[in-house]
Design a protein around this ligand. Structure first.
Ligand SMILES: *Cc1c(COP(=O)(O)O)cnc(C)c1O
Length: 401
């Protein structure tokens, strides 16, 4: 089951991917559904972020951290051999080359810097596979903050290496024993914990989800991906702008950051979800973790557990702005299977010498499929965000090879 490309190219709608409307609304999605004490805390984050984002001093300090600590700008790599085999021109935005190995560092450095500006001395975070937890622990260590990371007990068992990395970086890892003992429960627990400590702690959410201002703020911290890529495409491509812009979607932060750089162009935006975590492609309207968006639900409206070979895509919902972009027809959302993603990871390794994260391999799997069945016209230029490196996935891949 596959939806068809729109016949006409979407015109660049004015203001798409600008600021959300009042109370953090993206169309009918978003908002701030939280207990009163958290609504107040979110209001403070919102105010501090608006001020900081308008302050060249803050922007400069963040840009410097991203350069000297995280290794930005990341390169745009033409995938020569794979492009030739596919009959398209594929360019990879290399977030895998950042410090800690994924785009998550862009967001946590922004939020950690904001937390210090707000006078907070501790970061709270949730984590699934541990990637966001490690990034948060890293930013906390760098800026002299404490870090408390909530993680489902099941994930702690599955991700021993990342648990060790977080502890090595000085973070406290708190096991969550409720519900399915995975990311969804860790997020609920982190929010509950924040209620009691909003005065001295900042909740550092890892994707474009949660109550306003997080979906907007996290997208703004991730738009460095799209902004850099826009400039690099202008220098590299004859047309200046690629025909397609593709990224994988868990909560949707690397995709939102990438799309933000191209929202005002004629590039077609494609978000690729895991078959078992397709919040944008198959979710229904609901409210979870402080925000109204699309979530996988059963007939009673209960949130369904997501399943993906890629831990970072194992989230049953999607950020509210993606739900809105889908409704507008500005972006489309497709799914690929575990097998397609694993195959794409191996193919990139063997044609380009790059071992991608299994999350990123989902985006590539769609490019490979779409080039193969003619959905991507021959000769198309494709920008794909390679959100992270694959070292963390070797034991998963070992079982499949
Ligand atoms: C966490 C993660 C993702 C998914 O998160 P988004 O918010 O959808 O970007 C994708 N790729 C990698 C490498 C990740 O670590």
């Amino acid at each position: 089951m596959r939806d068809v490309l729109p016949l006409r190219e979407p015109a660049p709608p004015d203001g798409t991917m600008g600021e959300p409307r009042a109370r953090g609304r993206f169309g009918e999605y978003g908002g701030r559904y939280a207990p009163e004490s958290l609504v107040e805390a979110c209001r403070e984050v919102d105010e501090a972020f608006r001020e900081a984002w308008a302050d060249p001093g803050f922007r400069g300090a963040l840009a410097r951290l991203l350069a000297v600590h995280a290794g930005r700008p990341t390169p745009l790599t033409p995938a020569h051999r794979l492009s030739e085999a596919l009959g398209v021109r594929l360019y990879l935005k290399r977030e895998d080359l950042t410090h800690t190995g994924s785009h998550k560092i862009n967001n946590v450095l922004g939020q950690a810097l904001l937390a210090t500006r707000m006078g907070r001395r501790r970061l709270i975070a949730e984590t699934g596979a541990g990637q966001h937890g490690v990034a948060t622990a890293t930013a906390a260590a760098l800026l002299g903050l404490e870090a408390t990371v909530f993680m489902g007990e099941r994930d702690i068992e599955r991700q021993a290496l990342n648990v060790f990395r977080m502890r090595m970086l000085g973070a406290e890892v708190v096991p969550v024993t409720t519900g399915s003992r995975t990311l969804k429960d860790a997020t609920s627990e982190a929010m509950r914990h924040w209620v009691g400590v909003t005065g001295d702690s900042h909740y550092c959410i890892g994707s474009v989800v949660g109550p306003d201002p997080y979906p907007w703020m996290v997208r703004e911290f991730q738009r460095i991906i799209g902004d850099e890529a826009r400039g690099q495409c202008a220098a590299e491509l004859r047309t200046g702008v690629p025909d397609y812009v593709v990224a994988c979607v868990g909560g949707g932060s690397n995709a939102a950051g990438t799309f933000a750089g191209f929202a005002d162009t004629r590039a077609r935006l494609v978000g690729v979800e895991a078959e078992g975590g397709a919040g944008a492609a198959r979710g229904r309207l609901g409210v979870m973790h402080g925000c109204r968006s699309l979530f996988l639900q059963d007939d009673d409206g209960q949130i369904v557990q997501a399943h993906s070979i890629a831990a970072g895509l194992d989230y049953p919902g999607v950020g509210p702005e993606h739900a809105h972009l889908r409704d507008l027809g500005r972006a489309r959302y497709v799914t690929v299977t575990d097998e397609e993603a694993a195959g794409a990871a191996v193919r990139l390794a063997r044609t380009e010498g790059i071992l991608p994260a299994l999350e990123s391999a989902h985006a590539l799997a769609w490019v490979i499929r779409a080039a193969g069945d003619g959905e991507l016209p021959a000769g198309s230029t494709v920008l794909m965000t390679l959100s992270g490196r694959g070292d963390k996935d070797v034991s998963t891949l070992k079982e499949l090879l």
